[in-house]
Design a protein around this ligand. Structure first.
Ligand SMILES: Cc1ncc(COP(=O)(O)O)c(C=O)c1O
Length: 343
């Protein structure tokens, strides 16, 4: 096993043994190739570099209590990548090819897979880019599919530290009827200005509103929004948010735990009635939110704060949901939904 301090990994680039690639040219996918060098040679005229002909995924592999290695719901990521690629008009790998490359990249980098109990895991970053030289705005005809990985820590060291967030009313991450529901690099570029500004102001995350009305909650910059009131799990229904695989899993678990699930428009004012609020996504499953500031603009002095639970503790229902998902990922709880793919 690689000689790393697994408890201090954070979420950062780290050189591993290999990356995998597979090329699409002349209407066909070629063989999967393994490379020890992370550097690519592509045309400076590649569509990915000019017109953001790019989409990607994020998923994790875990070393379980039983010594087995599990990938969490990789088929869902394969299908979401196909949906993103279809939107930008490029070829995507088949689900089988996607899964084969997930398994292989974990095997080739197994010494970077953190040990059970460290709260760390291996993050997989499937990435699809348009590579043929072009000048005009067009979907690419040649693509490169990459399967990358890196060992990562739980963002917050596994302590479920609640976060301090702000609503962005002066910047949107997605347009109405736009690209918000696809995992395209361009969406993240669109969120960087507001994220950087919010970060400078001391906030850990930005909560975006629906871009048509600015009346309903959409999602955070890199995670979905959920709230808990009474025995209900409430999460926004919107065409401009990423369909999070973690959120979908939490909805299933919430129902399993006897909660009601409401996926519907969530007006901003409803924040005042929620007992618990959280961010959810692959990175940490759940980050509890203890405060959301609503301001007319990010830099405005006028603030309407919404507070939830404790500043240093996750709410009880969020914690229950978190433990069930993490238990399944770590092989501590039987996986009744067949979510895990064994490596
Ligand atoms: C914008 C955005 N929303 C939501 C999520 C959560 O999606 P998932 O649970 O599939 O990781 C992510 C990525 O993690 C994201 O980037």
């Amino acid at each position: 096993m690689a000689n790393l301090d697994w408890t201090r990994l954070g979420f950062a680039y780290r050189k591993t043994n290999t990356i995998l690639s597979c090329s699409y040219k002349d209407g066909e996918w070629g063989p999967v190739e393994s490379h020890t060098d992370d550097n690519l040679t592509i045309s400076a005229f590649a569509g990915a570099l000019h017109y953001s002909v790019e989409c990607f995924e994020g998923l994790k592999a875990f070393r379980g209590a039983d010594g087995k290695v599990r990938l969490f719901r990789p088929e869902e990521n394969a299908k979401r990548l196909q949906r993103s690629a279809n939107f930008i008009g490029i070829a995507a790998p088949s689900v089988d090819r996607f899964l084969e490359m997930c398994v292989r990249v974990v095997k080739e980098n197994i010494d970077f897979l953190p040990p059970y109990g460290s709260q760390a895991s291996m993050y997989l970053r499937p990435t699809l880019i348009g590579v043929n030289p072009q000048l005009g705005v067009k979907s690419s005809t040649e693509c490169l599919f990459l399967m990358l990985c890196a060992p990562v820590g739980a963002y917050t060291g596994g302590t479920l530290q609640p976060s301090y967030t702000v609503i962005s009313r002066d910047y949107d991450r997605a347009a109405p009827n736009g690209t918000g529901s696809f995992k395209l690099g361009c969406n993240y570029a669109a969120s960087l200005y507001s994220y950087n500004l919010a970060h400078k102001l001391g906030y850990e995350a930005v909560l975006y509103l629906d871009p048509s009305h600015h009346a309903y909650i959409d999602e955070f910059g890199s995670s979905n929004f959920f709230a808990i009131r009474d025995n209900s799990y409430i999460t926004p229904k919107s065409d401009s948010i990423l369909p999070s695989i973690t959120n979908k899993s939490l909805e299933t678990v919430a129902k399993e735990l006897g909660m009601t699930v409401e996926r519907r428009q969530v007006p901003v004012e409803e924040l005042s009635s929620f007992e618990e609020v959280g961010e959810c996504g692959t990175a940490v499953v759940i980050t509890p939110v203890y405060r959301i500031d609503d301001k007319p603009a990010l830099e405005s002095q006028e603030v309407k704060p919404y507070l939830f639970g404790s500043k240093d503790q996750c709410g009880p229902k969020s914690l229950k949901l978190y433990k069930m998902i993490r238990g399944i990922q770590d092989g501590e709880i039987e996986d009744p939904f067949g979510w895990c793919l064994f490596v």
